[in-house]
Write a protein that binds this ligand. Structure first.
Ligand code: PLP
Length: 369
C-alpha cells in the first residue's frame, strides 16, 4: 500500500450521528453520502449508517444510488440531482427515490409509471430561495396539486434547500422556512396527507431548530466538519478523517537552493527539506504551495515551493529526518492538529471542497469498527 492514506474513524462517525440525534430530539435522519461520502468512502460509510439505523441515504447522482444498491444496501435512497426524463426507468428499476423539481418531470414520471404499472416514490422540490432547482415557492400551488392528483407517484416527501444557514444571524433562513411552509399548506387545503417535510442541511441542523421539521439531511456535520471555518461551534463533533503520509526523501540543502517547479522558493540559509509523496493528483490542493502546513514529529512544517502532481516539499529547519517518518496532513499528531476547516482557509476554499477533492488514488483504511 502507498505510504499515503486516509484513515477514517468509524467510531467518530458513530459518535457524531449520536450527537446530531441528541441535538435534534431524535429527528428522522437522511445521512448524505454523496461524492464518495465527502471523501470518506461511500460504501463503507453507507454500510455503517445502515447498521446504525438511519432512516435513509442521500446522494446526488443516479449512478451513486445504483452503486449503493449493487453493493446490497436496502435502505431507502434518495437522489437529489436533476432528473433527466430518460433516466426515470432506471430510478424505478433500482428502487431509488428522487427529487421532482418541475411539472414536466412529474408528468413524464406519471406517464412512464402508468405504462409500466409501477409506482415512483418522489420528493417534491420547492425553491424557497436557493435558486438552484425546484418549483419557485410562490408559484408552486399548481405543481403540488398536480402531484397530489397523479395516480402513479407516491409523494413521500416535500422539500427545499437552505442557501445561507451557515450564518446563524442571516435572516434568509427564517424567510426560506416560512416560504416553504406557506407553499406546502396547499396539502392541507386539498385535504391531502402532508408528506415528510425536509430542508435542513448541516447548517440548518446546527443553528435553526425551526428548520428540522420531519426529517433532517446532514452531510458534512456527520463527518465531524463544520460547513465553514467561521461557523460557531455549538456541537462538539469529532473529525472522522485523517490524511497521513510518510517522508519519502530527505536532504540538507545550502543557502540559495531553489525548490520545485518555477523555483518559487529559495533557501536563505542551509536547511533541511523533506519530500512528501502526494500532490494535486490526489486532490491535495496546489493552492497550498509555499504556505500550507503539515505535522512532522509534532511540529508544523511549512510547504516550500509549488505542490506537484505527486509530491511536495516541506521546510524542516534544523531537523534532519529519515524516509519513513510519519507526516500528518489532516488530523492529529502529538497533540497538534490540522483541521479541514483550517486547510480550507489556506486554500481559499470551503471544507467541502477539501474533502471531496481527496480522490480514489488515496487508499482508505477504517478504524474502531
Ligand atoms: C449536499 C446536500 C445536503 C447536505 O449538505 P451539508 O451542508 O453537507 O449538510 C443536503 N441536502 C441536499 C439537497 C444536498 O444537496
Amino acid at each position: 500500500m502507498r505510504p499515503t492514506f486516509i484513515e477514517v474513524s468509524l467510531e467518530n462517525l458513530r459518535y457524531n450521528l449520536e450527537l446530531i440525534r441528541n441535538h435534534t430530539n431524535n429527528r428522522p435522519l437522511m445521512a448524505v453520502v454523496k461524492s464518495n461520502a465527502y471523501g470518506h468512502g461511500m460504501l463503507r460509510v453507507a454500510k455503517l449508517y445502515e447498521k446504525l439505523g438511519v432512516n435513509c441515504l442521500g446522494v446526488a447522482l443516479l449512478e451513486e444510488g445504483i452503486v449503493l444498491r449493487e453493493s446490497g444496501i436496502t435502505l431507502p435512497i434518495v437522489v437529489f440531482g436533476g432528473v433527466l426524463k430518460k433516466q426515470i426507468p432506471a430510478y424505478l428499476e433500482w428502487n431509488l427515490e428522487f427529487f421532482v423539481s418541475s411539472s414536466g418531470v412529474l408528468r413524464e414520471t406519471e406517464r412512464i409509471c402508468k405504462s409500466c404499472g409501477q409506482q415512483a416514490i418522489i420528493h417534491l422540490k420547492i425553491d424557497s430561495g436557493m435558486g438552484r432547482v425546484g418549483t419557485i415557492a410562490a408559484n408552486s400551488a399548481g405543481f403540488i396539486e398536480e402531484a397530489v392528483r397523479a395516480q402513479h407517484v407516491t409523494i413521500k416527501g416535500v422539500c427545499s434547500h437552505l442557501a445561507c444557514a451557515d450564518d446563524p444571524k442571516d435572516p434568509m433562513t427564517i424567510e426560506q422556512v416560512d416560504r416553504f411552509l406557506t407553499a406546502i399548506s396547499v396539502f392541507e387545503r386539498l385535504g391531502a396527507p402532508m408528506p415528510l417535510r425536509h430542508l435542513a442541511n448541516s447548517a440548518g441542523v446546527l443553528y435553526f431548530p425551526h428548520s428540522h421539521l420531519d426529517l433532517i439531511r446532514p452531510g458534512i456535520l456527520l463527518y465531524g466538519v463544520y460547513p465553514e471555518s467561521s461557523c460557531p461551534h455549538v456541537l462538539d463533533v469529532r473529525p472522522a478523517l485523517q490524511l497521513k503520509s510518510q517522508v519519502s526523501f530527505h536532504k540538507s540543502v545550502p543557502a540559495g537552493f531553489s525548490v520545485s517547479y518555477g523555483a518559487t522558493w529559495t533557501s536563505n540559509n542551509s536547511v533541511e527539506i523533506s519530500t512528501i509523496p502526494l500532490g494535486y493528483g490526489d486532490g491535495y490542493r496546489r493552492h497550498l504551495s509555499n504556505h500550507g502546513e503539515v505535522l512532522i514529529r509534532g511540529e508544523r512544517r511549512t510547504i516550500v515551493g509549488q505542490v506537484c502532481m505527486d509530491q511536495f516539499m516541506v521546510n524542516c529547519k534544523n531537523d534532519s529526518l529519515e524516509a519513513g517518518v510519519e507526516v500528518v496532513l489532516i488530523g492529529e499528531q502529538d497533540n497538534q492538529r490540522i483541521t479541514v476547516e483550517e486547510m480550507s482557509d489556506w486554500a481559499k476554499t470551503i471544507p467541502y471542497e477539501i474533502l471531496t477533492n481527496l480522490n480514489d488514488r488515496i487508499p482508505r483504511i477504517y478504524t474502531n469498527e
